[in-house]
Design a protein around this ligand. Structure first.
Ligand SMILES: Nc1ncnc2c1ncn2[C@@H]1O[C@H](COP(=O)(O)OP(=O)(O)O)[C@@H](O)[C@H]1O
Ligand SMILES: O=P(O)(O)O[C@H]1O[C@H](CO)[C@@H](O[C@H]2O[C@H](CO)[C@@H](O)[C@H](O)[C@H]2O)[C@H](O)[C@H]1O
Length: 547
């Protein structure tokens, strides 16, 4: 059997570190295929493969859709993963590997798999349409040539693809880092849809898949090394085992046998979520940071954002329930928060300096809290970038996946979490927008835009925070004006700031000073003016602002 040289994995080991979503500080050395899906290409122009890989021996499980083509596609040149040569002397043709999320052939096949509620590999991979998507006529999904699709730009943890030209605009988020169990982004969207919440974009479906996370033997889901021309089948891909029922389970994909043999090692999770897309949407980070950089106020919007969050919390409580924590839950909650604080502090100490005593004093205060607030499903990684303004005036919340650096995010040890965590997330975000404005000011004193001095930046963030809390209070009927004064709220603000330091150390080192300064302030010894604390090094380069 001819092989391809380099192999797809060799290409991916080079390609992955350059992908924003891959987010690893160390280069991967090994990829083990632990699951996947081969989709049929009706035009038979490409092999459409969704690989599920384990990175290195114990690394993350990642999802990598690719297409394999015989010829280069100029329109996809920015998404070429690599090209390989067949090792066959008789037919040394080339193969081109593309990022499947950028290839209309792949995306169309993916949409059909969800829409048709297709099944593969003895039902271990399932297309699951929701909210009537399965009732759309097949013709509502355009042919690949007519599919207008764009990969969402920006700093995403996954890969989101906007689709226009279908019956309705859609957005598919291809999850990149997979976790077993019900994906919290998918389940939250479905739960909110079930109570007809207007705070989110309608969820249209998902694909569930099974993989063997600890597989020691490489699965061979995809014979990228095609058969010799004289073999009875050219590729073997056209007869893969999808629910179309035309073909028997293909021997080309050994997942079924592997699954049967190693049932105990299998886990199931989701590969994507499909939702309604709002083409004119603007996210609150773009709007807020632009306002800050221009020196405009943002309090009207901040008030609306507060009201939006209150409505979201109300709908989440209706969809998933809420409860007053009992004594055992209170203890568990404090223990979990303390653990998170220590984790964050450990990550951040090098940047923020020694504040161990203040941290332990805060943790001691936490244990004194007699009653904890209500627990319910929350957003859990809320910031300005997670709220979009649609239809000119309606705010909706997106991306319920939790904090990407935490495995337990979104659903705490007690099942639910504190709404105050979301409030803290938003206050931190106003601080970031203000810091961006100060950074532009600082980086370019000649800047014609009226960006903010440090004092003005603080004021801008404080005004936004006040308006946001007032909006939240008005809509929810609970006064939040003194948010941030109690131990629990200070702990949640600190928890977020420490997490952000860890996040920035991994992703954007030139932002680290923003949460680091906030953490220093939150940990400032009582009576000590935070301004006296050491200020992290200034950032020379201005962040590009897009309107
Ligand atoms: N339904 C939607 N309509 C319009 N834009 C959206 C929608 N969902 C997401 N977006 C945009 O796509 C981007 C990526 O979505 P998000 O769910 O935050 O992905 P990630 O988990 O990769 O960060 C967001 O910044 C947002 O601007
Ligand atoms: O949107 P994600 O789920 O990928 O969230 C992660 O990335 C965010 C940055 O894109 C990060 O947010 C931090 O930076 C924002 C400005 O870019 C700021 O508004 C947020 O307040 C700040 O936390 C988020 O923490 C991280 O989980």
């Amino acid at each position: 059997m001819p092989q391809l040289s380099p192999t797809v994995e060799e290409h991916l080991l080079e390609w992955l570190p350059a992908q924003r979503w891959f987010a690893s500080t160390t280069a991967p050395t090994e990829l083990t295929c632990v699951g996947g899906l081969v989709l049929p290409d009706p035009e038979e122009a490409a092999q459409l493969i969704s690989y599920i890989y384990r990175v290195d021996e114990n690394g993350p499980i990642i999802h990598v859709p690719i297409t394999v083509r015989d010829e280069q596609v100029p329109a996809l040149s920015d998404h070429l993963i690599g090209e390989s040569q067949r090792t066959s002397r008789r037919n040394p043709a080339k193969k081109y590997f593309y990022d499947g999320t950028a290839d209309p052939a792949f995306v169309t096949a993916w949409l059909h798999f969800v829409h048709n509620a297709d099944r593969a590999y003895a039902d271990r991979v399932l297309g699951q349409p929701a909210a009537g998507f399965g009732l759309w006529p097949t013709s509502a999904i355009p042919e690949p040539e007519k599919l207008a699709m764009t990969i969402q730009p920006g700093e995403q943890s996954n890969t989101s693809v906007r689709i226009e030209g279908a019956q309705e605009p859609l957005i598919i988020k291809f999850f990149r880092h997979l976790s077993p169990g019900n994906d919290v982004d998918v389940s939250t969207g479905l739960g909110l849809d079930s109570v007809r919440s207007e705070m989110v974009a309608t969820t249209y479906g998902t694909i569930s898949a099974t993989w063997a996370p600890d597989a020691t033997t490489e699965l061979e889901p995809v014979p990228v090394q095609e058969r010799e021309p004289e073999d009875s089948l050219d590729y073997g891909f056209s007869d893969n085992a999808l629910s179309t029922g035309q073909q028997p389970v293909a021997e080309v994909f050994n997942l079924v046998e592997h699954f049967a043999a190693k049932e105990h090692e299998l886990v199931t999770g989701q590969l994507c979520v499909l939702r309604h897309f709002y083409p004119q949407a603007q996210d609150a980070w773009s709007l807020g940071s632009l306002a800050a950089v221009r020196g405009y106020g943002f309090t009207v919007e901040a008030d609306e954002l507060g009201r939006t969050l209150a409505r979201l919390h109300r709908d989440l409580a209706v969809a998933f329930g809420a409860q007053e924590p009992d004594e055992q839950q209170r203890i568990q909650l404090v223990a979990q928060l303390s653990e998170r604080l220590r984790w964050g502090y450990h990550q951040a100490e090098e940047v923020i300096g020694d504040h161990r005593l203040e941290l332990e004093a805060l943790i001691a205060e936490l244990t004194e809290i007699a009653t904890a607030p209500q627990l319910q499903r929350i957003h859990s990684d809320l910031h300005l970038g997670q709220i979009i303004r649609t239809d000119g005036h309606h705010w909706r919340v997106i991306d319920f996946e939790g904090e990407p650096l935490r495995a337990d995010s979104g659903v705490s040890a007690v099942g639910y979490d504190l709404i105050e965590r979301d409030l803290a997330g938003m206050l931190r975000s106003f601080d970031y927008a203000a810091a961006l404005a100060h950074r532009v000011y600082f980086a370019d004193q000649q800047n014609t835009a009226p960006a903010l001095s440090q004092t003005e930046a603080r004021e801008w963030a404080e005004n936004c925070a006040k308006a946001f809390l007032a909006g939240y209070g008005a809509e929810s009927g609970s006064d939040r004006t003194d948010f941030g004064t109690g131990a629990l709220e200070r702990a949640l603000l600190l928890d977020k700031a420490l997490y952000e330091v860890a996040y920035e150390l991994t992703h954007r080192q030139d932002w680290v000073h923003v949460p680091a300064l906030a953490a220093q302030r939150l940990l400032a010894p009582e009576g000590k003016d935070p301004a006296e604390l050491p200020t992290p090094a200034p950032v020379p380069a201005a962040q590009e602002i897009t309107e």
